[in-house]
Design a protein around this ligand. Structure first.
Ligand SMILES: Cc1cc2nc3c(=O)[nH]c(=O)nc-3n(C[C@H](O)[C@H](O)[C@H](O)COP(=O)(O)OP(=O)(O)OC[C@H]3O[C@@H](n4cnc5c(N)ncnc54)[C@H](O)[C@@H]3O)c2cc1C
Length: 445
């Protein structure tokens, strides 16, 4: 019998297990992958952007729940980045900041996984890798519900625990372990979920961008939903054959995805020369009257992009500037400053860094991360209906919500330590030690 069973060995699950084990609880992690923290290794291009000192819950996070800012405030507190920095330090990881983003001092995501797995070993957490969970059920419901244990059936084992933490993440990046299977467990337990959507992903445009695929530009972008401006981003825009990509687009994708699922019209307006106003660009174009308009534009933007914008404006690229009418020059500048494209979809989960939607926040108590209607079940991380923009916000939520869930589940175990001593000693060794040694000796692979 374990005090705490954590399903999912990602950022949230490992944080939960460490926090629970530090309270003295007897903890097990069930992870379906063949190693822990697989997604964590890939974060921040291998550098692991852990957190961010710029924090504004309303702007950095999204949820279907209207009260999500209060929820986040309860879970993350006033200074989430410092919560992360302290937690990392407690595991022997120093951090550094760049433009608000917090990274491990090593600039290696692997150092975070290494430190976390060493903590798991230090506190004697059992890990079962390649865990194939068949069912999750309550052993017995006493009248008060207080002493019911949770029984997790694996293909070859049965794990019993006093508390359960669900930290199964999202369905993005199947190649890094994302899947539906965690959601199936959540549904089986009767927990309400909001609709799932890919987020932090590219846009599919309602237009063919083959001619400009591969072009990158420093730009600003406005997102319109049914003609109302909903969001603004600036940064490097990457144009692909199917549409738009880059961090600035990823950051608009949660709002766009929700709007499209509600069958609303989504448009993006791009300014390819956000450093200059229209009057300046017009002067610039008119000073080179004998050159072709494409040649002049190439002093401002990528030549392929220039040709594409001129085609859109119905202007021959070889036309000398002096032969263009005022209306044509205005049309060119409008294309540069207000390039508007309709978005018909988002790229799928395999190209989405996170999954939006998930366990409804109303199901959870943010002070403990407990699922209110289930006495001893907690949840944390991306499995919840919270998604953040790029910049360390998703890991911040995963790690701090996991830590909170672990501390709460651990506190519960402390309360019932008496029961444990009486009823369950030895169960741990009998049931799970074999699986552990066979499948996951030295967890870090
Ligand atoms: C390429 C990439 C780069 C990213 N970079 C950053 C970044 O720099 N900063 C940032 O803040 N965020 C980043 N993110 C997002 C961030 O990685 C996730 O939001 C975060 O890892 C979520 O943590 P989690 O523990 O909730 O989920 P996960 O890390 O996905 O972990 C969930 C775990 O549960 C396991 N699991 C699922 N179902 C079951 C089951 N049925 N049984 C047993 N185990 C199960 C999975 O195998 C997985 O190991 C990035 C994401 C990607 C894909």
């Amino acid at each position: 019998m374990y005090d705490v069973c954590v399903i999912g060995g990602g950022a949230a699950g490992m944080s939960a297990a460490i926090a629970a084990a530090r309270t003295g609880s007897n903890v097990i992690i069930l992870e379906k992958n063949n190693k822990l923290g697989r997604k964590l290794y890939a974060t921040g291009n291998g550098r692991c952007n852990l957190s961010n000192t710029y924090m504004n819950f309303q702007k950095m996070y999204f949820s279907c729940d209207a009260h999500y800012e209060e929820f986040l405030s309860g879970v993350l507190g006033d200074t989430p980045a410092y919560g992360i920095i302290e937690f990392m330090k407690s595991m022997g990881i120093l951090t550094h900041g760049r433009n608000g983003c917090i990274y491990p001092m090593s600039n290696q995501a692997s150092s975070v996984v290494w430190a976390m797995t060493d903590q798991l070993k230090k506190y004697g957490v059992t890990v079962i890798l390649k865990a194939d969970i068949q069912s999750v059920a309550f052993e017995k419901q006493t009248e008060s519900g207080k002493n019911s244990n949770i029984v997790i059936k694996l293909d070859k084992d049965v794990v019993k625990a006093k508390s359960l933490i669900i930290a199964t993440g999202g369905k993005s990046y199947a190649s890094l372990g994302g899947s539906d299977s965690g959601y199936n467990i959540i549904k089986e337990l009767g927990v309400k979920m909001s609709e799932l959507r890919p987020a932090l992903c590219p846009f599919i445009a309602n237009e063919d961008f083959n001619d400009i695929a591969g072009v990158r530009a420093n730009a600003s972008a406005w997102l319109f939903v049914d003609d109302t401006q909903e969001a603004f981003e600036t940064g490097e825009l990457q144009i692909t054959d199917y549409g738009l990509s880059g961090i600035m687009i990823f950051n608009l994708s949660s709002i766009a995805g929700r709007a499209m699922s509600e069958e609303k019209r989504v448009m993006v307006r791009i300014d390819f020369l956000d450093k200059y106003d229209k009057a300046y660009i017009e002067d610039f174009i008119r000073t080179e009257e004998k050159r072709t308009i494409l040649g002049v534009l190439n002093g401002l933007i990528n030549d392929r992009l220039g040709g594409f914008l001129l085609k859109r404006a119905g202007i021959d690229t070889r036309t000398p500037v002096k032969e263009l009418s005022d209306a044509q020059i205005k049309a060119v500048i409008d294309e540069i400053k207000s390039f508007t494209v309709e978005i018909k979809g988002l790229k799928d989960y395999e190209q989405a860094q996170v999954t939006a939607g998930g366990i409804a926040l109303s199901e959870l108590d943010e002070n403990t991360m407990r699922i209110k209607k289930l006495e001893h079940v907690y949840a944390a991380g991306e499995a919840l209906d919270i998604d953040g923009i790029c910049g360390g916000y998703n890991l911040t939520f995963a790690i701090l919500s996991g830590k909170r869930a672990g501390e709460s589940a651990g506190a519960r175990a402390e309360e019932s330590a008496g029961d444990r001593m009486e009823g369950c000693a030895g169960a741990r060794t009998e049931e799970c030690v074999g699986a552990r040694t066979e499948e996951c000796a030295g967890y870090r692979t």
